[in-house]
Write a protein that binds this ligand. Sequence first.
Ligand SMILES: [Zn+2]
Ligand SMILES: [Zn+2]
Length: 84
Amino acid sequence: MSNCRYCRNPLNESQYRQNREYKSCPKCSTEDGAEHVYYPYPANFGTTPLRVTPNTPDGAQSYCTRCRGRDVGPFPGGRRCSDF
Ligand SMILES: [Zn+2]
Ligand SMILES: [Zn+2]
């Protein structure tokens, strides 16, 4: 597993930016292969009570809705670690 060239954290690990207004998608980040790829959160991820855990108190989905198969094509406005 590769790490982000910018923040050095694993690409398959969710990262948050800007007071949790952006979250990285582990799948999109892994596919990018270089940096974490962020989308507006939770709008582009969605939440479910089934996912409420100590690590995800708001029940956020790990993958973006696109990776979970509800949308087609990359989200506009995706940002990478070096964009923040
Ligand atoms: Zn990163
Ligand atoms: Zn994704």
